[in-house]
Structure formats: C-alpha cells, structure tokens
Design a protein around this ligand. Structure first.
Ligand SMILES: C[S@@+](CC[C@H](N)C(=O)[O-])C[C@H]1O[C@@H](n2cnc3c(N)ncnc32)[C@H](O)[C@@H]1O
Length: 232
C-alpha cells in the first residue's frame, strides 16, 4: 500500500502545520493531485470547503468512500482532471500541491502551465503551497537503489537514475507485499528552490517564500523537503 495509514495520520499534522504557516483561515481550499485525500479528509473534518482534483478515478473513488462515512455531509467537491487542464476563475484562497505531485510531465512547459492555472484559480491575496523534494537534496543524497519497510512488513525498493543534466529523475518502485509484487515507474522533473521560485514569479505570483519543512524551518542542506509558499 503506497498510502499507508501512518501517512494519513501524518497528513492531519501537516494540515495543522500548513494552517499555522499561512497564518489565516482559508474559506475555499483546492488540493491539486489530492490522491486518496490524505489532506482533503482533515480539511473537510474541520469544516472547510474543499475541492479535490486528481487524475486517478481509482484514488478519487477511495476518497469518496471515506467522505460517504461522514455523519454531516462535508463541503467537498471532487473532480477527475489533469492538472494541466484544471483551472477556475479566482475561486480559491488556498491551493495545495503536496507530496511531490508537481513535475511529472515530460515537458517543463506543462509544469509551467500548471503553475499558471494555479495562479489564475486563486483569489487576489490567495496562497499556493507547493511541497516537493528539491534538486539540492536529491543530488546531495542520491542513491541509485534503496529499500525501506512500510506498514505490515511491506518492503518498498526504489531505483533511481538522473537524466538530462540532473533536471529529471526516473524512478522504479517495487513493492513487496507478502508474496505479491507490485511495480510502478515514473519520471519527475526536479527543480532547485531558485528554479521553482523563478517559475512561480513567471506564472504571475507576486511573492514567494521558501522553507525546508511545513514548520517553516530554513531550506538548507539538512532539509529533506522543499516548501514554496507563493502569494498572488
Ligand atoms: C505522490 S501522489 C500525492 C497525493 C496527495 N497529494 C498526497 O499527499 O497524498 C501524486 C498524485 O498525483 C496524481 N497525478 C499524477 N498526474 C496527475 C495529473 N496530470 N493531473 C492530476 N493529478 C495527477 C496521482 O494520481 C497521485 O494521486
């Protein structure tokens, strides 16, 4: 299971950290590439109006099943869409794109289009929080192959290669779960903090803050996340 229960618990804490970091209570929140709703669920529980967008009908189905369990119907809308196409007219005051969901397209121009869509979809004064792993961390800690144990003794083997002058990383995941093996492969454009900051300004944002985690620590060589908080 690539979305183990512990990751759902961790997401509740992350939502608290994000709300503290942005310092205001948003009304309308968009979770772009929401997956099975790790962050949509705690936001909905707190009564926010939440839109979840993901390309995967399967993951949205898992999320809808969780939402159906709420005793009071949550204010949640789900859309199956490609983030290159999803755009609203200044509707949201907080947009989240979490856990390295950005950078998955073959052409950097598509990543830029996503940032432009996000900026257009935000109200004036709205914020966009982007959470990825920075190129600095990836290159500094690069391991072509690694393995780690997940919940229920599942083991995830990750194989990576850097391409195109370290602007792209191909990854192959092999999940060993009991006597079953699941494989997935994907490719990610990897960006440094300054490269992403430049892209956010080019997409129309007026301010960009850079952090090394959701608690707002400095982005330095010890930071294993790259958090950008952009304001429109
Ligand atoms: C690493 S998961 C993160 C999910 C969620 N943000 C979280 O923190 O659990 C990446 C998500 O991006 C979605 N995704 C991939 N390509 C997409 C696209 N082009 N448009 C929208 N969603 C996409 C996948 O279906 C997956 O749910």
């Amino acid at each position: 299971m690539l979305f183990p229960n512990s990751h759902f618990e961790q997401a509740e804490t992350q939502i608290e950290q994000i709300l503290t970091l942005i310092g205001v209570q948003p009304e309308m929140v968009l979770d772009l590439a929401c997956g099975p709703g790790r962050h949509v669920l705690p936001l909905a529980k707190q009564g926010f109006s939440v839109t979840g967008v993901d390309a995967s009908a399967y993951l949205l189905g898992l999320l809808q099943a969780e939402l159906n369990q709420f005793s009071i119907p949550p204010r949640v809308e789900l859309f199956q869409a490609d983030m290159r196409d999803f755009k609203r007219n200044a509707e949201f005051d907080l947009i989240l794109c979490l856990w390295t969901s950005f950078g998955c397209f073959e052409h950097g121009a598509d990543d830029q289009r996503v940032l432009e869509n996000v900026c257009a979809s935000l109200r004036e004064g709205g914020r966009f929080l982007l959470d990825v792993v920075g190129k600095e961390y990836i290159v500094h800690n690069f391991e072509p192959i690694s393995a780690r144990e997940l919940d229920h003794s599942d083991v995830l083997i990750e194989q990576h290669e850097l391409l195109d002058y370290m602007s792209r990383m191909n990854s192959r995941w092999t999940l060993v779960s009991g006597n079953r093996i699941h494989r997935a492969s994907f490719s990610l454009n990897i960006y440094s903090a300054v490269e992403l900051q430049d892209r956010l300004f080019a997409a129309g944002f007026s301010s960009v803050q850079i952090f090394g985690d959701l608690e707002g620590r400095e982005y330095d060589l010890d930071a294993d996340r790259l958090i950008l908080l952009a304001g429109k």
